[in-house]
Write a protein that binds this ligand. Structure first.
Ligand SMILES: [Zn+2]
Length: 121
């Protein structure tokens, strides 16, 4: 289900793993001591946080809102319409890369969202 970000060490060809070490975030080789810190790579791909996305101005009578919510939740329009009647419907939970895409989809039909925890991307 998760988008595994796979990288190979440029020194020894070993497998690189994403890791947080204190305030530093980067890719670390599992075979040698080679590492690549966030400044050299797209940090969003290393963000392992699971974000919750809530629609804050969804309108259950708006057809494009229903369509988009059905799309991002992977449900049908009936379920999406029901969900949009909740005060702050939770429409998605996932990684930073996915959340960025979902946010753009919601924004494209004039919907705004609240993301928890704070979304830095
Ligand atoms: Zn290595």
């Amino acid at each position: 289900m998760s988008n595994e970000f796979q990288a190979i060490c440029e020194k020894c060809g070993g497998k690189m793993v994403a890791r947080h070490e204190g305030s530093m975030q980067g890719l670390f080789c599992t075979r040698c001591d080679w590492s690549v810190v966030t400044t050299n790579i797209a940090g969003i791909k290393l963000d392992r946080t699971q974000y919750d996305v809530f629609a804050i101005n969804g309108d259950y009578k708006n057809h494009s809102h229903i369509k988009v919510v059905a799309e991002v939740t992977g449900s049908n329009s009936l379920a999406a319409r029901k969900l949009l009647q909740e005060p702050t419907p939770a429409v998605f939970r996932g990684s930073a890369v996915e959340v960025k895409r979902i946010k753009a989809i919601l924004n494209s039909v004039g919907m705004f969202c609240k993301i928890i925890p704070d979304f830095p991307w």
